[in-house]
Design a protein around this ligand. Sequence first.
Ligand code: GDP
Length: 411
Amino acid sequence: MTTTFLGAAGVRNIGIMAHIDAGKTTTAERILFYTGVSHRIGEVHHGAAALDFLKQERERGITIGSAATTFHWSVDGADHTVNLIDTPGHVDFMIEVERCLRVLDGAVTVFDGVAGVEPQSETVWRQADRYRVPRVCFVNKLDRAGADLARCADMIAGRLGAVPLVLHLPIGAEAGFTGVVDLVELRAHVWTDVAYEVVPVPDALADEAHRWRARLVDTIAEHDDRFLEQYLEGEPTHGQMHAAIRRLTIRKDDVTVTPVLCGSAFKNKGVQPLLDAIVRYLPSPLDVDGVADGVADGVVGEVSDEAPLSALVFKITSDRHLGRLAYVRVYTGRLESGATVLNSVKGRRERIGKVYRVHADERREIGAAGAGDIVAVMGLKHTTTGETLCAEGHPVVLESMDVPEPVIEVA
Ligand code: GDP
């Protein structure tokens, strides 16, 4: 199968948000493993290899602690670039959390399948609501006693006021949790210790799967007029369903509509369908009016490589080998190594050093980053977090924060 290059349309800038202990770290690690195998090991997904790999990663001290890490995932023959932005877990760092929410276009919210919606999940959910960040929900720990996807979906509706689109029906429970029925395509994803397969829906679950699918179709039709018209003409196709779910997920409305999937990250179940959902349903930088919408007060320009540069520095870290590294989201234009740009907040010129794409455990130098992308940059001397880099002739300030800086008490 040939792979299509999609440009900014193929980029997803996402974060993972969760209540502490829900499984955010485990989910992120598994995502990096499953997307890493394709370029590192180049073989089919292998459960035991996944665990070995993670053990080695921990021993080598490689973490997903980068401010942003990039991976690739193909859906329907199209390669997508996903930038996973590390959102701080502590709600005390409000300003950092808010800054991250502005930089990302979509998020995965991880819930503990036993505890459901917990107080801290409500806090992060409300923050994401504030910036209207489209979300995909992953109900984790389905291998644990008492885990209940349907109850969690009810809590997402009741406690969070969102409209859940339940896309999965679990197969088995606790140690017998082996997979999920995909309710859009009506097929099953099953995992054994060594393999991942897509198979027909088990006979014993056929009736239940059809009931849940009918409910899903009704909910989509209730909220999406275009889908309702298609539905009235006949049984909707998979493509029509995916498209409608995407429209609902990315629309910026008072009511958040969110796809709900399930799995067990720890047991390596459910991560591949989650990756498909990230790519299928979360917005690309072209879908969000990111610049107008979350970050800047005014429209800066078209999200295009040809527009003048506007970019936000959202995190500065210190790298053992490279020194001071600035993580930058490019909104419009191109950020090129060697170029001189303007820091519009300080009114100073900056020279862009090397530009890197950060993978889980490596940094790859690239000459330039395009509109919508997230990269790390070396060489900035005067710039700090929250400041804008832009084209000299087109000054613009991207961030206007109305959150007070936290007061740091010194004991
Ligand atoms: P975080 O605080 O949200 O980052 O949560 P972690 O990923 O660190 O997970 C918290 C604990 O839950 C750890 O002990 C994990 O091993 C465990 N855990 C994570 N995912 C699962 C799962 O799917 N099933 C089970 N049984 N345990 C899990």
